[in-house]
Design a binder for this molecule. Structure first.
Ligand code: PLP
Length: 285
């Protein structure tokens, strides 16, 4: 006879909640986020902000979810599950941004924000004039920000022409957004001719109030299968932070996680365009 378990005595399992858009081709958005959580071994929940219509050839269009329904999804998950980390991806509209910002006000866990503005094919996933709203309502309630180079330029207004300028722009974010504890600058689009990629972690050291910088250098993988890399990185950062604690641990683990997925996916074809990362895919030999 199986032992009876007293449900009341059990502790709730820690959960990462992704608040993001849906990508029916499975490469980015909540689909990528949930695959990442499963691969790393944490429990993931997902509240959908927008439905996109896309495949590997690009984004065709998107339909924002009613902001009150975004609120309902997130509220019910937060009321019941033990959400310790929230990962934010595509928001889509200013109304949705404001609802998410409002929900974050009472949340005291980690908020990892991948500030999704443009899809890799250039399709706008948030209008450029709404970036200020994203900053005012979400980024100023974020603990970890993971912009790529284009997003860093749009948020800071800097040119970020080389890695020194990009790091300076990253450092300036700590003055502007007081909730930030860490910023990751993903170096994939920096100095693209180099055979190596350098990613930067900037962490606010609470004792000295100084910013500590760490770098991860890895071999550049020349592939067009990069769809969903930003989503995967931010989700992996949240998941590893939950499992291991500490921004440094989360950073190096997330860099390695994405790097090994890029290597594994480079030889696979999923569609006619820019393919996804092959989370969980087992290559038959
Ligand atoms: N979220 C959704 C729903 C998307 O469709 C996309 C890109 O198409 C992204 C996020 C951003 O993807 P990436 O991780 O490649 O920056």
């Amino acid at each position: 006879m199986p032992m009876e378990i007293n449900h009341k005595c059990l502790e709730k399992v820690g959960t990462v909640l992704s608040i993001a858009g849906s990508d029916p081709s499975g490469g980015a958005g909540i689909q990528a986020d949930l695959k990442t959580f499963v691969s790393i071994g944490v429990y993931g929940a997902a509240a959908i902000t927008c439905l996109t219509a896309q495949n590997t050839l690009g984004v065709s269009t998107y339909l924002p979810v009613d902001p009150s329904f975004v609120r309902k999804q997130v509220e019910l998950v937060l009321q019941d599950l033990n959400v310790t980390h929230i990962k934010i991806g595509m928001t889509g509209t200013e109304e949705i941004i404001k609802v998410i910002g409002d929900l974050l006000t009472g949340f005291d866990g980690e908020v990892v924000c991948d500030p999704v503005i443009t899809a890799s094919d250039g399709h706008a996933l948030l209008e450029q004039e709404s970036v200020i709203c994203l900053c005012d309502h979400i980024i100023n309630r974020t603990t970890v920000l993971t912009p790529n180079l284009a997003e860093l330029r749009m948020i800071t207004g800097g040119s970020c022409a080389d890695s020194d300028e990009a790091v300076q722009a990253g450092i300036s974010l700590f003055d502007e957004f007081k909730s930030l504890r860490a910023v990751v600058i993903k170096g994939g689009h920096l100095e693209e001719k180099r055979e190596t990629v350098t990613d930067y972690l900037l962490v606010m050291d609470d004792k000295s109030e100084k910013i500590i910088s760490k770098t991860a250098v890895h071999k550049r993988v020349r592939t067009k299968n990069t769809h969903g890399t930003g989503c995967t990185f931010a989700s992996a950062f949240a998941a590893f932070h939950m499992l291991k604690g500490g921004y440094e641990q989360a950073f190096f683990n997330a860099v390695n996680f994405v790097d090994s997925l890029l290597n594994k996916s480079a030889s696979l074809k999923f569609g006619e365009g820019c393919g996804p990362l092959a989370h969980g895919h087992i290559t038959s030999s």
